[in-house]
Write a protein that binds this ligand. Structure first.
Ligand SMILES: [Zn+2]
Length: 342
């Protein structure tokens, strides 16, 4: 693991405590629903030996705001996606109700208040627009339920966009996608390009005036995975004031052939993506988007959310300034939330 001097350790500790730590993607909600098979549903308020996120570990990891994604699109047509999403909305609010150290948020101001009160903020998002059933009315319904971030597709095609797995997807966003995007801008919702196919990414970059984000995508220059962003995509995202959240999935961090050859990614490999983004577009466009509870084994040093302070330690080791570390940990995403969420 990373070795720091005593002074560096103290500085890392202080910075992590002071910083707004924001993570824009996890798949924890589905682990809180009744599980198929022998596995038991986890409880957000109880520390588990399984998975990556629960409230005790969020507190230990010094996380200020965790976005909880509702993911339902595990096949091309999901008839029960809306129902499943609603069940996740329910389990989210029930979990918040049962745990005093947590608060549901829909605005940047509420995240700042949570930090002041020493609570963990939780924000709802939808990963893949399957629950909307091609209906902009349902977009508004989910907005009213507190959803503030949305990606139009997971890996398949939805009525709003093509995901990275959609065949013959070298096209622009469909008309409905453009309409939904405009409605998101009107409502004040964060548009998330993670999982979009490349051509749809470029259409979003073309259509959007304000910032959009990639909630959990790394750099293709370091790991050539279709879920990661090319340098040109990073530049387009940065030009609109957007931010990309670093994903801890092994094959997003280092190339798959390296993993297949037995290499185990480390937290240092992950921070290489942060360095790369800073080099390509500057300090204002990178954040955290773990994908915890949606990935296999995370990099060594980042085994679960309680280990997030290790990212700060590596950033200190690499010589980032206090201000820059705070931007990476959450300041950049907070800036976008301030701008977009009303
Ligand atoms: Zn994902």
């Amino acid at each position: 693991m990373v070795e720091l001097t005593k002074r560096q350790e103290e500085r890392a500790k202080r910075l992590h405590k002071e910083a707004m730590v924001i993570d824009t993607h996890c798949d924890t909600l589905m682990r809180l629903l009744p599980q198929r098979g022998p596995r038991k549903a986890r409880k957000l308020g109880e520390r588990s030996e399984e998975g990556h996120i629960d409230l005790p570990r969020l507190i230990e990891g010094g996380v200020t705001c965790q976005t909880f994604a509702m993911y339902t699109g595990n096949r091309p047509i999901v008839p029960d996606a809306t129902l499943n999403a609603l069940k996740m909305v329910d389990v989210f609010y029930e979990s918040v109700k049962r745990n005093d150290e947590m608060v549901a948020v829909t605005k940047a101001e509420e995240i700042l208040n949570a930090k002041k009160q020493g609570k963990v903020a939780g924000m709802l998002s939808i990963e893949g627009a399957e629950p909307l059933m091609g209906d902009i009315g349902l977009l508004r319904v989910f907005y009213r339920l507190g959803v503030r971030m949305l990606s139009f597709a997971w890996n398949f095609r939805t009525p709003f966009a093509d995901g990275i797995g959609a065949k013959r997807s070298e096209s622009k966003l469909p008309e409905l996608g453009i309409q939904a995007l405009e409605e998101m801008v009107n409502l004040g919702m964060v548009f998330d390009v993670s999982h979009l196919c490349d051509s749809n990414f470029w259409d979003v970059a073309d259509v959007m005036d304000g910032p959009f984000i990639a909630s959990h995508s790394n750099c293709r220059a370091l790991s050539d995975h279709p879920r990661n962003l090319t340098d040109d995509m990073l530049k387009a995202l940065a030009e609109k004031g957007g931010v990309t959240g670093m994903n801890y999935a092994p094959s997003f961090v280092v190339p798959r052939d390296k993993i297949n050859a037995g290499y185990k990614p480390t937290i240092e490999d992950l921070v290489n993506h942060i360095d790369h983004i800073v080099k390509v577009v500057g300090i204002n466009h990178v954040g955290l988007g773990s994908d915890f509870d949606g990935i296999g084994q995370p990099p060594t040093g980042l085994e679960d959310v309680s280990k997030v302070p290790n990212i700060t330690r590596v950033l200190v080791k690499r010589g980032y300034s206090d201000e820059d570390i705070k931007k990476i940990l959450g300041g950049n995403f907070l800036r976008v939330f301030k701008q977009v969420l009303r």
